[in-house]
Design a protein around this ligand. Structure first.
Ligand SMILES: Cc1cc2nc3c(=O)[nH]c(=O)nc-3n(C[C@H](O)[C@H](O)[C@H](O)COP(=O)(O)OP(=O)(O)OC[C@H]3O[C@@H](n4cnc5c(N)ncnc54)[C@H](O)[C@@H]3O)c2cc1C
Length: 437
């Protein structure tokens, strides 16, 4: 441990879990059958179940662990209005064909509208605030690239984006760390675990069986139906949806080969003096940057703590490794936070895809929605919803993420052994970019 950064009440668990801790709840029995079985009980699984039931289709959610074990209660709570679509885990924007970009961004815009509507309709108390995002430019060149993307973001994703030059950066952040940056007005923030709990409550209100500790171990055809075997009994289902994202395992090898699980890490500080807390992010936005190994941060919902995340390492590591690195990244941006202690540090898996795009569709006759690429609060809620509408045959337009094409790589079988090397290389490239800027 680095005694100078850890608070005496330090906990190696998400800060968000103080409001909702993943739990098995009243253990719901696995039913004998359901029209649709959903594997994975995160945002995607719950939103799919909710939408199916709204169309009179009975669905069961099968979760391997406690309810909310996955990324859905571990994330930073920054809700993107589409700006991250097509950004690879190297931070590079992946170019997509002309017309498709607009289609994709339009879906990303719809994802933002969906989450806004769901929170309102289901009366989810999760500190939802449409405060916008500031994306700091790591170099002058990055600033210029951001400027060039503006028009497209505004036209296709209705982002309300605009540039903030370096001279005016302090209106956004109490730091001179960046070369200016882009504000994306149509972005928001929420308390991720309370949003999760709100979706869970909405499912329960509608009588949906959400079964904890029901790891799906085998899915096999049985006539025209599926036999789904779980750790707590098996069931028969007409359709199966795989919503396991960064926790996709050996159950679905063909999908596992198409997602790269990368760890992301977050720390939360102790409560800061009021004046200091209010000064750091004057417009209460969420922040991220254009580095390959990016950081993302925001104030806590009570505006007293800094919640600071990033890829301190690309793999799961102990808080004693990740927290000092994130603390260093944080004080590089905010030297005024030197000496501030860390109360919470945690990690979770993000699913990256080889084309940096989210995907939904059908493989081996199983439906799937996977690949948030780091920005999945709105997107995975949306892909679950879209998958449900497709199964219910009520989708009135085709989703841009529903394509045959879901790339894999001959050298990747689902074991991302190469990540530490990749992480080190991209940190080096980031430093070189800045040195040469
Ligand atoms: C540290 C971190 C920070 C992030 N920050 C942001 C952010 O600020 N903004 C943003 O938009 N996104 C962010 N994300 C991404 C976002 O959290 C995810 O995209 C989203 O939560 C994914 O939801 P999901 O339902 O697809 O998957 P998850 O919530 O990960 O759920 C998948 C579930 O599948 C279960 N499962 C796996 N295998 C089986 C099986 N065989 N049987 C049954 N269940 C199984 C797992 O136990 C898991 O609970 C972040 C992610 C992390 C980890």
């Amino acid at each position: 441990m680095h005694p100078d950064i850890f608070h005496r009440d330090f906990s190696p668990a998400p800060y968000w879990w103080e409001a909702y801790t993943p739990t098995v709840g009243d253990l719901v029995d696995v039913p004998r059958g359901a029209r649709v079985a959903i594997v994975g009980g995160g945002y995607a699984g719950l939103s799919a179940a909710l939408e199916l039931v709204k169309h009179g289709i009975d669905a069961v959610v099968l979760e391997a662990n406690e309810l909310g074990f996955g990324a859905s209660t571990r994330n930073g709570g920054a809700v993107s209005g589409g700006v991250n679509v097509g950004k690879s885990f190297t931070g590079k924007i992946v170019e997509v064909d002309g017309d498709r970009v607009e289609w994709i961004l339009s879906d990303a815009g719809d994802a933002f509208a969906l989450i806004d509507r769901l929170i309102d309709e289901e009366k989810i108390a999760c500190f939802w605030e449409k405060a916008g995002r500031f994306v700091g430019a790591w170099t002058k060149k990055h600033y210029d690239t951001q400027s060039r993307r503006l028009a497209m973001l505004n036209a296709a994703a209705r982002s309300g984006a605009y540039m903030v030059p370096r001279e005016r950066q302090r209106e956004e952040i109490a730091s001179d760390y960046y070369f200016g940056g882009m504000v994306v007005d149509r972005s928001g923030k929420l308390h991720p675990a309370l949003y999760y709990k709100g979706l869970l409550d909405a499912c329960r209100r509608r009588g949906i069986a959400v079964c904890a500790k029901a790891a799906v171990t085998r899915i096999a055809r049985e006539g025209s139906a599926w036999r789904v075997e779980t750790a707590r009994g098996s069931l028969s289902a007409g359709d199966v949806v795989i919503a396991t994202n960064g926790y996709t395992g050996s159950l679905t090898p063909a999908l596992r080969r198409r997602v790269v699980p990368i760890s992301s890490h977050i720390i939360t500080t102790e409560e800061l003096p009021l004046d200091l807390a209010r000064s750091l992010i004057p417009r209460a936005r969420t922040l991220s940057d254009t580095k390959r190994v990016l950081c993302y941060y925001r104030m806590s919902p009570d505006n007293r703590r800094m919640v600071f995340g990033g890829r301190a390492r690309f793999t799961q590591v102990d808080a004693t490794v990740s927290a000092p690195i994130l603390h260093r990244y944080m004080t590089a941006r905010f030297p005024q936070l030197r000496g501030v202690k860390v109360t919470h540090a945690w990690t979770g898996n993000v699913a990256f895809t080889l084309d940096a795009l989210p995907h939904m569709g059908r493989r081996d006759d199983l439906h799937y929605c996977l690949g948030c690429n780091g920005s999945g609060i709105a997107m995975m809620t949306y892909l679950g919803w879209q998958t449900a509408r497709k199964i219910a045959r009520v989708a009135n337009y085709a989703c841009s993420f529903d394509t045959e094409e879901f790339p894999d790589h001959p050298l990747y079988s689902g074991n991302p052994w190469f990540l530490p090397v990749v992480g080190g290389y991209y940190r080096l490239r980031d430093n070189l970019d800045r040195l040469l800027a």
